[in-house]
Design a binder for this molecule. Structure first.
Ligand SMILES: [Zn+2]
Length: 309
């Protein structure tokens, strides 16, 4: 009951507000995730006052809005979120905002054609939201952000078009660079084991089989059976390294590591991957391209060297 009342109060605050430009006249834009914020920053730069809700290390699956998020949403001219149930704890807020028609709230990952989406579970119509891990699929999100910016700020349309062309060219170059790096991993080492199932698009793009302890969302706990199944896979394939994630507890990956050791196979933790958030804004993984590069370099360094098993 308390939750329901809280939700009603929240929605009254958001829906009764009035989108105001920032003090310096810039357009207020709220993006949920770092990869979306990266697109907005590149396309709009100084034209917008951008707030990215989910900072480094924040898990979008379980995130709920803070009071200051709600004020930012209330004042926004444009809200950009991933969608496909990534931000599960915010979905009611976005649904209500969309119903009100007061502020456009666009699910940019839902611009990816359905035929290119991977299913969450076999047979159902819910899709894996982690599409940004494939730059080719992420192109559609860039176009969705471009179109959304043009709709709220038509005066900037030439700028948004020109910068989006450049951003898409950079995505293309990044994809080629990552493909070349991935080519260094020998075929028998192409198994990526992570804490939660965020890398299926990445694996499909770069030829890696992906296995995770937890499912696509972090909302449900990994079971002892999940740990056991992953350990068997690691031991059977003599996998040299498995990976923790910056937005997920390392506990389950460490459990697989100790269980593999008990079964006589030494598996290293190959490093930290950015599954669902970018790194520190001033660090090398603080941009989308930097994050993708970090992930691939970390994976290649841990899986590629000969004789490491
Ligand atoms: Zn995730």
């Amino acid at each position: 009951m308390r939750l329901r009342l809280g939700f009603i109060v929240i929605m009254l605050v958001i829906l009764s507000g009035c989108a105001a430009p920032a003090a310096d006249g810039r357009i207020r834009v709220v993006a949920t995730t770092g990869p979306i914020g990266d697109i907005v920053q590149a396309l709009a730069g100084e034209r917008v006052a951008l707030r990215t809700m989910l900072g480094p290390g924040i898990d979008p699956h379980t995130y709920v809005a803070t009071e200051s998020d709600l004020f930012a949403l209330q004042e926004a001219r444009l809200i950009l979120y991933n969608g496909l149930h990534l931000e599960a704890g915010l979905s009611r807020v976005f649904t209500a905002i969309n119903r009100s028609g007061r502020i456009p709230a666009i699910a940019v990952a839902e611009a990816v054609p359905e035929a290119l989406l991977l299913r969450w579970e076999e047979g159902d119509k819910v899709y894996d939201p982690h599409v940004w891990h494939d730059p080719q699929r992420w192109r559609y999100a860039v176009e969705a952000v471009r179109d959304a910016l043009i709709a709220v700020d038509p005066a900037g349309s030439a700028i948004y078009r020109q910068r989006s062309e450049q951003y898409l060219a950079e995505l293309q170059a990044l994809d080629a660079e990552l493909r070349a790096l991935a080519g260094q991993i020998p075929p028998e080492r192409r198994i990526l084991v992570t804490a939660h199932d965020a890398f299926q698009y990445f694996g499909q793009a770069y030829g890696l089989r992906v296995e995770a302890v937890q499912g696509i969302s972090t909302a449900s706990e990994a079971s002892a059976a999940d740990i056991r199944a992953l350990t068997e896979l690691v031991v059977a394939n003599r996998i040299p390294a498995i990976f923790v994630e910056t937005s997920v507890s390392p506990r389950t990956i460490e459990a697989v590591q100790s269980a593999a050791r008990a079964a006589g196979h030494e598996v290293r933790v190959g490093g930290e991957l950015y599954s669902d958030s970018l790194g520190d804004p001033d660090g090398p993984a603080g941009t989308y391209a930097g994050m993708m590069r970090h992930n691939m370099q970390t994976i290649v360094a841990a899986l590629a060297p000969a004789g490491s098993d």
